[in-house]
Design a protein around this ligand. Sequence first.
Ligand code: GDP
Ligand code: IMO
Ligand code: MG
Length: 419
Amino acid sequence: MSINVIVGGQWGDEGKGKIVDLLSKNVNIVARYQGGSNAGHTVYHNNKKIILHQIPTGILRENNVCILGKGMVVDPDGIIEEIECLNNNNIDFNNRIIIDYYAHIVTPLHKLIDKINEEKSGGKIGTTCKGIGPTYQDKYQRIGIRAIDLLDIKLLKKKIEERTKIAIDRSEICEDDLLNINLNDYYSSCIKIKDFINDSFPVLFNKDKSNILIEGAQGTLLDIDHGTFPYVTSSNCSSGGISTGLGIPGNKLDSVIGIFKAYVTRVGGGPFPTELFDENGKQLQSIGKELGATTGRVRRCGWFDIVAAKYSACINGLTGIALTKLDILDSFDTIYVCTHYEYKGSKITEMSKVLNYLDEVTPVYKQFKGWNCSVEGSRVFEDLPEEAKVYINFLSSEIGVPIEIISIGPKRHQILNLQ
Ligand code: GDP
Ligand code: IMO
Ligand code: MG
């Protein structure tokens, strides 16, 4: 039995989907512990691009049972769309999806409240409008609706009616807004996903049969407690969320692999010390095809940030790193890495000191010579150009965690395994 973890080391979209796809080859359970359809995990299956939002990426491998853990917020309409995508790609999911009884459920009302809140704030946080914040809010207020409630549609309807009344009483929405909600389609989605709803405990804790891969969504800097609050998502995306979201305690985890892009991106609002507004930023965005997998928004781009990465390594207890999108740096003459920040005349090497003032820090960079050639043909670390090796070794030694996997393209085979 082994339990290994994949978490986002930055602000999300690091390429978690690709690495989960790689590592799910040798496991029998892939489980998500937090978030919902705000995630967009891209994988290539038979050369076709597939984006998964809620169903764990392990669904592409027949050997896996996929668990949507109780720490998630699950959108039934979204599940139906993903199922259609799986059907269209001839991926058999029979008896391979479990939505935990106690996962909270996103309703059209939650999505509407999310959208209205975003509009009212002038898009300050730039949420995905998938109803994530409002659904977690209901959970913590203990008025949320859970997957188990979907097993009794009459009860579900009553709960949704009650929640809608609360929304109107609190002026979260007005009566006219209800015209934008189609509950009939929603209820039919709820009925269609009933068979997936079950108790994940006996599956997760079946000692004879479980090699488990845990799939994080979002990234450490979007974590509600450890991220750049309030510009965060509403869950614990870092590895700490696993103990609550799946019930698997930290001392049962065999490895925690942090996924980092070879540079940094962020989508939505919030501070981003190494963000680039120059030609280099534009180049990273266009070569890296940095468009959000869930919302299609342009991702902000910047250089690799060691201060943030070290913080992330600590928070998650990283045992290894997978570095993705190295190929995107192929054509840069000079590559920069932020080694520390300056804040009010002081040198800052610890993120926690400035987490609340991150938009006021100045990044200080070390320069690296670019390799100016394609890494595409490399099969092992030794094949990489010398300049790339220097860059990778520097990141690894500064963060203090070994880089175990390097991704050099979006497809399954474009990977260097360093172990
Ligand atoms: P996730 O949310 O962390 O799973 O990441 P996304 O799927 O949102 O975004 C990562 C994007 O980078 C996707 O379009 C992937 O296909 C792509 N990708 C992943 N690894 C690599 C890589 O090594 N090189 C290139 N060029 N693209 C990659
Ligand atoms: P994956 O799993 C990148 C961002 C949103 C917004 C903030 C809050 O694909 O890496 P939310 O809808 O969660 O309330 O939005 O979090 N965000 C992500 N950014 N990747 C994601 O997921 C994200 N999920 C949420 O853009 O800034
Ligand atoms: Mg993504």
